[in-house]
Design a protein around this ligand. Structure first.
Ligand SMILES: NC(=O)c1ccc[n+]([C@@H]2O[C@H](COP(=O)([O-])OP(=O)(O)OC[C@H]3O[C@@H](n4cnc5c(N)ncnc54)[C@H](OP(=O)(O)O)[C@@H]3O)[C@@H](O)[C@H]2O)c1
Length: 257
């Protein structure tokens, strides 16, 4: 039996990872802030799939939370085979509208947590010569899109660089870059998604299926949908100023719906 640790496992893409991995027979360690919701979901996954699902309530924007998850990842007696760094969120507002404390919290959860948890997990995996890390980034990594896009660009660059450094170690690292996915993300951030065309929405379970297939194939970067692969290709041909204008508005309307 292998064990997967998933951050942000109670909703959206993280919950879809937990569902799929439980169905495949992996034991789980579920991480998020809301302990009650974590326990309910762990019980549901255990009852439905018969796997062990333990919970680790932790706020990844705090050193205390990060240290607790680092310690679990460093436990060589109960090694984690797959780490999914998925926890994340959006901030409402454009640059200078967003309080600096919230910008810094985003960098802590999207960048520092990904760095520290990857660094805690990989040595154990490398010694066992097997393991994987999926860092959930975003298509926003490839377009100018505020601190959110910048933090996700960091995730992509970091993951690809570390994956290269670990070539031949038996450990695979992959950045997963979905487009718009129907989750709690936009509602939590108070974003009005009314201007996002229906065809741009992805299903979380499909994103996860494609992402895990790409990880098994050894890809360091996964864009888990042909529509977004085409958009990424096209974006490289579009003038930067136009790209900046389009990307900075789509899906970022704020206020009541
Ligand atoms: N939805 C999209 O369109 C989209 C597109 C591209 C990339 N992404 C990325 O996908 C990832 C998952 O997003 P989602 O759409 O699934 O969002 P979601 O439905 O809002 O779920 C977010 C999850 O992260 C947890 N979380 C948030 N802040 C946390 C913190 N400080 N410490 C620990 N856990 C925390 C939440 O649980 P608690 O509140 O209980 O902590 C929840 O389980 C994010 O990294 C996001 O940037 C999303």
């Amino acid at each position: 039996m292998t064990t997967a640790l998933i951050t942000g496992a109670t909703a959206g893409i993280g919950a879809a990872f937990a569902r799929r991995l439980a169905r495949d027979g992996h034991n789980l360690v579920l991480v998020a802030r809301n302990g009650e919701r974590l326990r309910e979901y762990a019980t549901e996954l255990h009852d439905r799939h018969g796997v062990e699902a333990s919970v680790l309530p932790a706020d990844l924007s705090t050193d205390e939370g990060l240290t607790a998850v680092e310690e679990r990842l460093g436990d060589r007696e109960h090694p984690v085979d797959l780490l999914v760094n998925n926890a994340g969120f959006g901030n409402k507002g454009r640059f200078l509208d967003v309080p600096m404390a919230d910008e810094l919290t985003m960098l802590k959860v999207h960048c520092e947590a990904v760095l520290r948890l990857t660094a805690a997990a990989v040595p154990v995996m490398r010694d066992r010569r097997k393991g994987g890390v999926v860092n959930v980034a975003s298509m926003a990594a490839f377009v100018p899109r505020g601190t959110y896009g910048a933090s996700k660009a960091w995730v992509v660059q970091f993951t690809q660089g570390a994956a290269k450094d670990l070539t031949g170690s038996g450990v695979r690292l992959m950045a997963l870059c979905p487009g718009f996915v129907r989750t709690e993300f936009h509602e939590r951030a108070g974003m009005d998604t009314g201007d996002i065309p229906g065809w741009m929405w992805l299903d979380a379970d499909r994103v996860v299926d494609t992402g895990l297939r790409d990880l098994a194939r050894g890809k360091p970067l996964s864009v888990p949908d042909p529509r977004y692969k085409a958009l990424l290709g096209a974006s490289r041909l579009v003038p930067r100023a136009l790209l900046s204008k389009a990307s900075s508005t789509t899906g970022r309307k704020y206020g009541p719906k």
